[in-house]
Design a binder for this molecule. Structure first.
Ligand code: HEC
Length: 277
C-alpha cells in the first residue's frame, strides 16, 4: 500500500462513521483511490495554520488551516512528466506541475490544501453566494515558481495524477519546425495553464466549462484581434449576462504581452485543426 494511503487511513476510518454527509476529497493516484473528509484532514498532525498574503480567489489576505500538498502526496509514485489535476465541483480543472507541488525547487512556491472547517465556514467568494470550500489549493510565495491565477482551484472535489498535457494530447502540439524560442511556444505554455482549466482545444483537455477554442472555429477567425484582446482581459466589456462564467484576466494574471503570446498560439493552431503531429 503506498504511503499516501497509510497517512490518513487511521484518521479516515475513525471519522467516516460519524461524518457520512461530510464533504470529502477524492485523491486518485494511479489505481489507488482514497476519500478524505474535511475533519480527517483537519485532524492530521501535518495540518498547519497559514497566512496567505495575496489570496487569488478572495483578492485579500486570508488565514487557513491547511495541509502541505507535499505531505498529502508523500510516497505516491509520480513521475516527472505527470501533473496533478485539481477538479472542482463546477467543472474547472487546474493543472498543477509536480515539481512545484513537491517543492522540488529550494525557495520555491509552497502549495497547500486549505480545508474549510465545518464549524468556521469561510466567507462567500466575491460576487458569489458560496465560499471557496470545502477544499481550496492555495500557495505561499507563488511568484517564486511562476504560479498563475488559474492554479488556485477552489471548490476542489478531486486531486488526480495525470500525464502532462504535452504527453497526453498531441492535438495541442505546435509545428515541430518552430524554433525552441518561438513566441508561439510561450503562448502554448500560457494557454495550458490559464485557459485549459475551462477550455478544450482540438478536442484536447479535461474541462468542458467553456467552448473548444479551435474546433469547429477558432476565435481568431471570427473576432477582430482588438476585440479578442479585450475579451480575454474583460469579457463583460464586450457582452454581459448574469450566467457568464469567464471572468477575464487582469494585468497581473496576464500582461498585454502574454495575451499577445496566447493569441499567437491560437492563430498558429487555427492552421492545425487536424494536425496529427
Ligand atoms: C473559469 C473558466 C475559464 C477560463 C479560465 C477561461 N475561459 Fe474562456 N470562456 C469560459 C466560458 C464558460 C466561456 C463561455 C462564455 C461564458 O460563460 O463566459 C468562455 C468564452 C471564451 C471565448 C469566447 C468564445 C465565443 O465564441 O464566444 C474566448 C475567445 C475565450 N473564452 C478565450 C479564453 C482564453 C484565451 C483563456 C485563457 C487566457 C480563457 N478563455 C480562460 C471559461 C473560461
Amino acid at each position: 500500500m503506498p504511503k499516501l494511503l497509510t497517512i490518513f487511513t487511521l484518521l479516515f476510518l475513525t471519522t467516516t462513521a460519524f461524518a457520512a454527509s461530510e464533504p470529502a476529497l477524492t485523491v486518485t493516484m494511479g489505481k489507488a483511490k482514497q476519500s478524505l473528509t474535511a475533519s480527517a484532514l483537519l485532524a492530521s498532525p501535518k495540518t498547519r495554520e497559514i497566512e496567505v498574503a495575496k489570496d487569488s480567489a478572495y483578492g485579500k489576505p486570508m488565514h487557513y488551516r491547511a495541509i502541505p500538498l507535499s505531505a498529502l502526496l508523500d510516497g505516491a509514485k509520480l513521475s516527472k512528466d505527470e501533473v496533478i489535476e485539481a477538479v472542482a465541483t463546477d467543472g474547472f480543472v487546474a493543472m498543477l506541475p509536480l515539481d512545484a507541488l513537491l517543492q522540488a525547487k529550494k525557495g520555491g512556491a509552497e502549495a497547500y490544501l486549505a480545508v474549510e472547517p465545518p464549524d468556521a465556514r469561510w466567507p462567500a467568494l466575491p460576487g458569489k453566494t458560496v465560499s471557496a470550500g470545502p477544499f481550496y489549493i492555495v500557495w505561499l510565495h507563488p511568484e517564486a515558481s511562476g504560479i498563475r491565477s488559474e492554479q488556485w482551484p477552489y471548490m476542489v472535489a478531486e486531486l488526480r495524477a495525470a500525464d502532462s498535457p504535452a504527453k497526453r494530447w498531441k492535438e495541442l502540439a505546435v509545428d515541430p519546425k518552430l524554433a525552441a524560442g518561438d513566441p508561439v511556444r510561450a503562448g502554448q505554455a500560457l494557454f495550458v495553464t490559464q485557459c485549459m482549466a475551462c477550455h478544450k482545444l482540438n478536442g484536447a483537455g479535461s474541462s468542458d466549462l467553456g467552448p473548444d477554442l479551435n474546433r469547429p472555429a477558432n476565435p481568431v477567425e471570427y473576432f477582430k484581434v482588438d476585440a479578442l484582446k479585450k475579451y480575454i482581459r474583460d469579457p463583460a466589456s464586450l457582452r454581459h449576462w448574469p450566467a457568464m462564467q469567464m471572468k477575464g484576466f487582469d494585468s497581473e494574471a496576464l500582461s498585454d504581452h502574454e495575451i499577445d503570446l496566447i493569441i499567437a498560439y491560437l492563430k498558429h493552431m487555427a492552421g492545425r485543426k487536424d494536425a496529427k503531429k
